[in-house]
Design a protein around this ligand. Structure first.
Ligand code: F6R
Length: 262
């Protein structure tokens, strides 16, 4: 796992965008795996800026979101379908018809989840998967104790995740209790993983993911087994890393990386 520690959120976005663009170079139909939430916004903003400049063109890209709430109206502004449209599809100038989000309102959720994995496989697999991390170590909505072999399926959200996400909902609105999420096995099939994390409230989860044992209680720790996983952090999110100085040293002395966000 490569760990890059940045001075602020803006640099996090720049470093992550540089990496994503280098991975996508030369691909005619890139396939993007898309996370929602606050963490990837700096990355999406930077990719959008570069799309406007003409440095990159996402119009032929395919997109697959990580997750969706069960039972939420897909037209609800807080559904992940609408969130992905607002924060990714429109700013990156992607074709909405080429971006899919798991169907959380399907009558047969299990069949819809299976069809989702099949669609990813038919697209040739995800080239670059964007990830955030929950304060409990989840990726996608794979909550602690999720199977490392899991595929897209229905999961029950933990109370901590529902509390964390309550900030997006207005008073009196219930955070959904269930979701459909790509599995850890699905996520690990992506060719490249880019995780973006900011803020001290994520520091414990980040330390457990990078330096802790690989264990289902910290689902993100499975990234230790991925061949091409890059974690881009701000100082606050990196503040509990035992090997923080080592990661800074490596980044400074690795060709190109030290210059990326400076
Ligand atoms: C969202 C997702 C989640 C979030 C995580 C962090 O699609 O997959 O794993 O990445 O909950 O959320 P934020 O970035 O809002 O703190």
């Amino acid at each position: 796992m490569e760990v890059v520690i940045c001075s602020d959120e803006r640099q996090v976005g720049e470093v992550a965008a540089d990496r994503v663009i280098s991975w996508l170079e030369g691909l005619v139909t890139p396939v993007l795996g898309l996370a929602t939430g606050s963490s990837p916004i700096a990355l999406y903003d930077e990719l959008a800026r570069r799309a406007v400049l003409g440095d990159i063109d996402f119009s032929h890209a395919l997109g697959f979101a990580l997750d969706e709430y069960v039972g939420i109206d897909p037209e609800h502004e807080l559904s992940y379908k609408q969130t992905i449209r607002r924060t990714v599809v429109e700013p990156l100038r992607m074709d909405p018809a080429r971006v899919r989000v798991p169907d959380g309102s399907a009558e047969d959720l299990a069949a819809a989840a299976e069809a989702y994995d099949l669609a990813i496989a038919e697209a040739g697999g995800v080239d670059v998967q964007v990830l955030g991390i929950g304060s409990n170590g989840h990726i996608g909505f794979n909550e602690p104790t999720s199977s490392f072999a899991s595929r897209t399926r229905v999961k029950t959200l933990t109370q901590q995740t529902r509390d964390d996400n309550a900030r997006f909902f207005s008073e009196g609105e219930q955070v959904p209790t269930h979701c459909v999420t790509q599995g850890l096995g699905t996520i690990m099939d992506a060719k490249h993983l880019i995780m973006v994390v900011t803020g001290e409230h994520k520091a414990d989860a980040v330390a457990a993911m990078i330096e802790g044992p690989v264990a289902a209680v910290c689902p993100a720790s499975i990234l230790q087994f991925h061949q091409s996983a890059v974690v881009v952090l701000d100082e606050a999110a990196a503040s509990k890393l035992q090997y923080g100085d080592y990661f800074r040293h490596v980044a400074r002395h690795k060709d190109g990386v030290g210059e990326l966000g400076s």
